[in-house]
Design a protein around this ligand. Sequence first.
Ligand code: RBF
Length: 183
Amino acid sequence: MQITFFYLKQLKMASELKNLSKFEGSNIPNAADMKFGIVWAEWNLDITQKLMQGAYDTLVKHGAKPEHIITKTVPGAFELTLGAQYMAELGNVDAIICIGCLIQGDTKHFDFIADAVAKGITNLNIRYNKPFIFGVLTVNTQEQAEDRAGGMHGNKGDEAAATAIKMLGLKKSFEENKSKIGF
Ligand code: RBF
């Protein structure tokens, strides 16, 4: 019992100290020839604005051309799925980053919306065969959101952008090796 408590405390301390957005070590391809959409929710705007800016800056940092990044807002996280679908149909983009922030309230809305948007974005990946990145914070408190929007745990928007680039890099690697078997 005491050992379990000690272990959990260590785990908690580790996550408290860790910048969870430390993805820099991994190989991120150059994004110069990639086109991106960012769909972001206006609910909890102070947070989502920082996540969106983090995603945008990370795309540009890795070579994406600003004219190849289109950003659009939707009212809330629930609308991200349809907003991202509009973007896929009309936006001429290779990957779409969906950004939102759900903060647990007193009612069950949090669970319904979180579940709906996670499933909605999953379905878009499969339907369009394109990366739709889940950049939605699902947190208990405003403080936890701030920690993940440029605070002690980094910026999850940065991470979402890096994931989009990496998924397009993965797709490209398959396309380049299409004629080879067992590469
Ligand atoms: N949208 C968010 O993006 N984050 C939230 O934390 C959030 N909380 C909500 C809580 C309640 C009680 C309601 C009714 C809506 C909330 N929404 C939130 C908005 C939701 O994503 C959506 O925009 C609306 O439900 C309209 O479809």
